[in-house]
Design a protein around this ligand. Sequence first.
Ligand code: SF4
Ligand code: SF4
Length: 362
Amino acid sequence: MFAPTSELSRQVKEAAAEAGFELAGIAGVGEFPELDYFPTWIAEGRGGEMAYLQARDEQGRLKRASPGAVAPWARSVVVCALNYNSDEPYSTQLQQPERGWISRYAWSRRDYHNVVMKKLKQVEAKISGQWAVGSGQQTQRPEIRTRLYVDTGPLVERVYAKYAGVGWMGKNTCIINQRLGSWLFLGVILTSLELAPDLPAPDRCGSCTRCIEACPTQALTAPYQLDSNRCISYLTIEKRGGIPEEMRAGMGRHVFGCDICQDVCPWNRKAPAGAEPELQPRPELVNPALEWLAEMNASHFAETFRGSPVRRAKLSGLRRNAVIAMGNSRHPKFAATLQRLSSDPDAVVAEQARWALRNIKR
Ligand code: SF4
Ligand code: SF4
């Protein structure tokens, strides 16, 4: 005999806490209204060039909008969250013009995908293994299916995080928890177990619009709506080739990701620092030196960012971003370096270096 779904849910959350997740909640595999908007968002091209968002099943349905299509056996979604905040200052406090900004989620040596996945596997082991039920005896639970995802699965994690009560979806499109703020990595477990769902987290943005006003590229086109093509995170990490000229100034000195719409969020003002040892920041990645990044070679890049999410931008993208940041700094000390990079073998870096040089001399 199985334990009641609410007891199972409690046990799953207990397993998540034991694995080191600060938050965990359960959502059903429902037709949530937020998922209806996703195909429109993709059709409007707001997902940019991110092909993994656009994957479709045999019927042509977007996998991310209909996880039931790729995992018809799934009955519940367990959403776990790990706090990655640190005591380091926010991007809005970046004073030194010769320094750049890497998003705080990428400051650690380990890639968060691996850290979160390792913890999810611990929870999965409990779900798939033996649970104390009924009289306290252990019973082997047959055919419990699970599938784990960190970021790239066939579902919009944030929607399930909301319905699992982990946090509400803020106007900046991030999940915000009332106690922990929004510096959260999400991991999900699709499972065939019928678990008692949590209540969705209520929206606590109220009349605040700070994130929309602070976004330097107007990527938040309306509350809760993000145009990735305008977002610095997308431009610096996912976009290949040159950055459209009209977007370069707005990128400021961001070389990998952007934290502004979270930095200004009042719910992050008192957000506690995370305790996960594998996610502690590396000092050289907090406000990195721009010349250091712009002049990296392949072996230096590989060695510096081994196991780091920064690899996703690739060497060419990171150097391109650093060159644009140098141009936006308008700091004359970069002129000689930019002059040299204007004839770099990487045509994208060379073109942006010529633009940056013109910017400095203006
Ligand atoms: Fe705007 Fe930066 Fe937030 Fe993207 S991450 S929406 S660019 S503030
Ligand atoms: Fe919501 Fe304000 Fe935070 Fe934006 S800055 S997510 S509107 S609370």
